[in-house]
Design a protein around this ligand. Structure first.
Ligand code: UD1
Length: 432
């Protein structure tokens, strides 16, 4: 398995291009299943999760073409998806096991074909990840759902029916899934307590370009008026706010200055506020965000995750890494996932002072220095927290299980090297 080696202690300065958002791209890809025409997505990130979703769609009968492209002078990929006729309506266990977001095929395939079978994703490192909200909403829209041999088997005679649905939790996945399903339903679907994450707005934008009728975007109340057919469209994926927030922390922790090209400040209000409260200068430009910690004396701040526009759970581990070296004590509280402090034992091995209380909160007391160690994490964002710790630790840190990082950080080593980090990937074959 590949490893990443980092020699800490370098100040990071320069520019980093923020890629298209993984968590927007995944549902956007699945929205293409709603039409027999071509859906083209530009500014797509090259990530293993995108490859996994593409493999799943190819297995369903989607024709996928990829083109090299440029966004603001940076190399990116454009993908086109065409599902003239699905050749399979089954998302097998082997695909869903590798990437939980495979459940995004559920809503589109059921709405278009009246039948779908999706393996239940099961739990994962950060929590149980149930699907009750997705399934109950589809049932309210008339679907018959059974769990058979570990698979969700969903059927509907004719079209799904519009319904008034209240989510017990503002689930991102369920909001995307039900919004996609409702675009082809008969009548009006209202979703109350919908999630408001920017990735949902991005999906709604594509669906509207495909002919869907959606209002209430960016609010907790979505209204979708079903149409009989959707058509092809082209769409540019929004910038990845989690990637931007992650590199913002890299600038802060190394007392550097990084301009995050393409980052959208309006999607990062809560993390930006905490960075500023910590003593970091953050300048919002039209098409970038400049994070300047060259003069900063970092002061610890409390961080509590919440649904958007609250502080994102996907930046919790990275901000905990920041608080590790900030002055004073900070309370980090996780409210979205029940098991999202697995980075803590690894950070402790690098000299951090963190006390976890139950599953939900941790006290982080700032330390003056960290020391390098071989570390590994069990999820994507936790792995980035270890990279951050490696960037400031004394000595050479080895981050194992790099496949987690490859799921969500495009060109990680190249981007960090370009701003001055001493970082390299050691391939399995050239183990030292
Ligand atoms: C998405 C993101 C993930 C992020 C999460 C929260 C993608 C591919 N992943 O995950 O990175 O951490 O949003 O911002 O976009 N829940 C239920 N029943 C359900 C569904 C969810 O109880 O049917 C609960 C979950 O257990 C969790 C909370 O709702 O406690 C939020 O989950 P959800 O928003 O659905 O997360 P995902 O869409 O899976």
């Amino acid at each position: 398995m590949d490893k990443i080696k980092i020699n800490g202690g370098r100040q990071l300065n320069g520019k980093i291009f923020i890629s298209g958002a993984k968590n927007a791209a995944l549902p956007l890809i699945c929205a293409s299943l709603l039409t027999d025409e071509t859906v083209t997505l530009t500014n797509m990130p090259m990530l293993s999760d995108i490859k996994a979703m593409n493999a799943l769609l190819e297995q369903l009968g989607t024709q996928i073409d990829v083109f090299d492209d440029f966004v603001d002078g940076h190399e990116t990929k454009t993908y086109s998806y065409r599902t003239k006729e699905a050749t399979s309506l089954v998302a097998p266990y082997d695909y869903v096991r590798k990437m939980r977001a495979s459940y995004y095929v559920l809503g589109p395939l059921l709405a278009r074909y009246g039948h779908v079978e999706v393996s239940l994703p099961g739990g994962c490192a950060i929590g149980a990840r149930p699907m009750d909200i997705h399934l109950s909403a589809l049932e309210q829209m008339g679907a018959k759902i059974e769990i058979k041999n570990g698979y969700i088997v969903a059927d509907i005679q004719g079209r799904l029916q519009g319904a008034n649905i209240i989510f017990h939790t503002a689930s991102v996945g369920a909001t995307c899934n039900i919004m996609m399903a409702a675009t082809l339903a008969e009548g009006i679907t209202k979703i109350e307590n919908a999630a408001k994450e920017p990735e949902i707005g991005d999906l709604a934008e594509l669906l509207i370009a495909m002919g869907a009728k959606i209002s209430g975007i960016g609010t907790s109340n979505l209204v979708i008026e079903g149409v009989k057919k959707l058509h092809g469209a082209a769409h540019k994926v929004i910038a990845d706010r989690i990637e931007a927030g992650s590199y913002a922390v890299a600038a802060a922790m190394t007392h550097g200055r990084i301009e995050l090209i393409n980052a959208q400040a309006d999607t990062l209000a809560s993390p930006i506020k905490i960075l500023r409260d910590c003593g970091v200068k953050v300048e919002e430009k039209e098409n970038s965000l400049v994070v300047d910690a060259t003069q900063a004396h970092l002061v610890g701040q409390d961080v509590m995750t919440d649904y958007y526009p609250g502080f994102p759970t996907d930046l919790q581990a990275q901000f905990m890494a920041l608080m590790m070296i900030a002055e004073g004590a900070s309370m980090v509280t996780e409210t979205i996932w029940e098991n999202r402090f697995m980075h803590v034992p690894e950070l402790l091995r690098m000299g951090a002072n963190i006390n976890v209380h139950g599953h939900a909160s941790a006290i982080v007391r700032g330390v003056k220095k960290l020391s390098a160690a071989p570390v590994m994490a069990t999820d994507l964002r936790a792995s980035f927290a270890l990279v951050l710790a490696g960037l400031v630790a004394e000595g050479e840190t080895t981050v194992n299980r790099v496949y987690h990082l490859d799921r969500g950080y495009e060109h990680l080593e190249e981007k960090l090297k370009a701003v001055g980090a001493d970082i390299r990937r050691v391939k399995e074959d050239d183990e030292e």
